[in-house]
Design a protein around this ligand. Structure first.
Ligand code: ADP
Length: 482
C-alpha cells in the first residue's frame, strides 16, 4: 500500500484553536490516520493562536490578493501535526473566537474569511505548493465548503473530495449579492451549484460538489436525510445517499484514561472500579454536595442550550430530588439556563451542585465522580461525553438520537438478559420520557450487580480512534484512480 496524502481543510484544530467537537476531530485524525499510511496536512486560518504556534514556520507561498489584501501560506509542525496556515491578518488577526468578535456577534465578513480559506485550500489541492499534490481533500463543515466549488471550476486533474458534516445546524448562508465577489463563474450560482433557496450556501456547495459525504455517526447520517432533521438540506442529502455514510468520532484515549488521568482524586481501571468511590467523595466535596456514598450521583458536562435538552433537565430537577439522587452540573450557555441551575442550588442545597464555567479538569472529575452521565440532547451528531462515560464506568443516560443511539446499548430487558447493556436511552426527547429515564437509572443503581455489569461492558467497549480511522482510510482509498 502506498501512502495516501490527504489535505484537510478546517476552521479549528485542537490544540491550536477550539470551540467544539470539530476541533477535536480535526486534531485527532492526523495521528489516528498515520498507522493507516495516510499522511494528513491541515490548512487552517492564521488566527493569532495559530500564528503564534507557527512562529518558526516557513513561508511557502505569497498571495497577492486574498479577498482584499495580500496574504501568505506558512507551514510548520505543531504538536506532531503538519499544518498550513493562511496568514491573512486583514481576515484572521482578530480577538474573540474564530467566528465572532468579543461582543459575541458573527464577523460581518465571515463570507470572505472562509472563502479565502477555501480558495487557498483549492489552490494547494491543485498543486500550488511545489512538490505537494494530495490524493484527497477532506473538508470539515461549512467554513471549508467552497473549496470543492473552486476545485470544480479549475482546469486539470483534481484530487478526491470528501465533505464531513459535524453539525448540520451551521450552514454558512450568505446574501446572493456577494456572489460576484467569490471569483466563481456565473454558472456556479444555480440549484446545481452553490445556490441555496436564493442565497449562497457554503455547506450546500461542499455537499453538492463532494465525491463522498460523511457525518459523525450512522444515526445522524440517517436522521439528516429526513425533512424533520434535515434543516433544509435533506433533499440534497437524499439525492446524494449513494455516496453518504456515517463514521463515529473516537475520543482522545490518552487524555481520557481513568488509569492515568491526572485530574482525578483516585485513578482506577475496570478491575479497581470500586476506587471510583474516592472520586465521588471528592466531587461531592468540591460541589458542596452531601457526603453520601449511596445516593446516585448524576453528572452533566455540556453547553447549556436547547440542542442539549437542558431545559428538560431543569424541569426534571424535582425528579432527581424525588429519586433521592444528586446532580453535578458543569456548563456554560444560555443565561436563563445558567440562572436555573443557580436557583436550583439554592432550593436544594447539598443535592444540586453546579459550576457555571468551562473547566477541563473539572469535566474529568465530574465524569469520574458521577455514577451516571446525562446527555438529553434533542439532536446530537456524535456526542463525546457519553463516550467518556463508557470509558470511565459512568453509565450514560442518553436521548435516543444521532450518535447517542449508536453508541449506548439501552438497558431494556432483552439487553440485560444477554448482559450487553451499557446505559439508558429514552425517546422521544420530552420531559416525561426523561423523567422515566432518571427513574429507571435510579432503579438500576439499586441493583449493584446489574450496575457493575453495565459499567464493565462500557469500560471494555472501544471508543478510541482506531476503528473510525480505518473507516476514513478505506473511504479515502476508494477515491484513488483505479
Ligand atoms: P458539542 O461539540 O456539541 O458541544 P460534544 O459532546 O461533541 O458536544 O463535545 C463537547 C466537548 O466539550 C466535550 O469534550 C465536553 O466534555 C466538553 N465540554 C462542554 N462543556 C464543558 C465545560 N463547561 N467545561 C469543560 N468541558 C466542557
Amino acid at each position: 500500500m502506498t501512502a495516501l496524502r490527504v489535505l484537510a481543510v478546517a476552521s479549528e484544530i485542537y490544540p491550536l484553536i477550539k470551540t467544539g467537537g470539530l476541533a477535536d476531530v480535526v486534531g485527532a485524525l492526523p495521528a489516528a490516520l498515520a498507522p493507516e499510511d495516510v499522511l494528513v496536512r491541515t490548512i487552517v486560518p492564521g488566527y493569532p493562536s495559530v500564528m503564534a504556534a507557527l512562529s518558526s514556520g516557513e513561508t511557502v507561498m505569497s498571495i497577492g490578493d486574498a479577498f482584499g489584501a495580500p496574504a501568505r501560506l506558512v507551514v510548520g509542525t505543531v504538536a506532531g501535526m503538519d499544518v498550513i496556515a493562511l496568514d491573512a491578518p486583514h481576515l484572521f488577526d482578530r480577538p474573540g473566537n474564530p467566528y465572532s468578535g468579543p461582543d459575541g456577534k458573527d464577523w460581518p465578513d465571515n463570507w470572505r474569511r472562509f472563502a479565502a480559506l477555501s480558495r487557498a485550500a483549492a489552490d494547494v489541492a491543485l498543486g500550488a505548493l511545489s512538490g505537494y499534490r494530495p490524493d484527497v481533500v477532506h473538508c470539515h463543515d461549512w467554513q471549508a465548503g467552497l473549496t470543492f466549488a473552486y476545485m470544480h471550476f479549475s482546469a486539470g486533474p483534481r484530487p478526491g473530495a470528501v465533505m464531513t458534516i459535524h453539525n448540520l445546524a451551521f450552514q454558512g448562508q450568505f446574501s446572493p449579492a456577494l456572489f460576484h465577489m467569490l471569483g466563481l463563474p456565473d454558472e456556479a450560482f444555480a440549484a446545481n451549484g452553490i445556490e441555496y433557496y436564493g442565497a449562497i450556501g457554503y455547506l450546500k456547495a461542499g455537499l453538492y460538489y463532494a465525491d463522498r459525504i460523511t457525518t459523525v455517526s450512522p444515526g445522524y447520517a440517517a436522521e439528516i436525510r429526513t425533512p424533520e432533521e434535515g434543516m433544509g438540506l435533506d433533499g440534497l442529502l437524499r439525492a446524494r445517499s449513494g455516496v453518504m455514510s456515517g463514521i463515529l468520532n473516537g475520543i482522545d484515549a490518552d487524555a481520557w484514561n481513568p488509569k492515568t488521568d491526572p485530574h482525578l482524586a483516585a485513578n482506577y481501571t475496570k478491575k479497581t472500579v470500586a476506587d471510583r468511590a474516592l472520586n465521588k467523595t471528592a466531587l461531592q466535596a468540591r460541589l458542596g454536595l452531601d457526603q453520601d456514598p449511596t445516593t446516585p450521583l448524576l453528572g452533566v458536562v455540556t453547553r447549556l442550550t436547547w440542542q442539549k435538552g437542558i431545559d428538560l433537565l431543569l424541569a426534571n430537577i424535582p425528579t432527581v430530588i424525588a429519586e433521592g439522587a444528586q446532580l453535578a452540573v458543569l456548563g456554560t450557555g444560555e443565561p436563563g439556563m445558567e440562572d436555573g441551575f443557580r436557583a436550583a442550588m439554592g432550593f436544594h442545597p447539598g443535592r444540586i451542585g453546579a459550576v457555571i464555567g468551562y473547566d477541563e479538569g473539572l469535566a474529568h472529575q465530574v465524569l469520574a465522580g458521577s455514577d451516571a452521565v446525562l446527555v438529553p440532547s434533542r439532536f446530537e451528531p456524535c456526542g463525546l461525553t457519553q463516550l467518556y462515560g463508557l470509558r470511565y464506568g459512568t453509565i450514560p443516560v442518553v436521548a435516543r438520537v444521532g450518535g447517542l443511539s449508536d453508541t449506548v446499548v439501552d438497558a431494556n430487558p432483552a439487553a440485560l438478559g444477554r448482559g450487553v447493556a451499557t446505559g439508558v436511552q429514552f425517546a422521544p426527547v420530552t420531559y416525561e420520557m426523561m423523567r422515566v429515564a432518571i427513574e429507571r437509572t435510579a432503579a438500576l443503581y439499586r441493583q449493584p450487580d446489574v450496575w457493575k455489569k453495565m459499567q464493565a461492558n462500557g469500560m471494555v467497549s472501544d471508543v478510541s480512534w482506531s476503528d473510525p480511522a480505518r473507516r476514513y482510510a478505506a473511504l479515502f482509498r476508494e477515491l484513488l484512480p483505479a
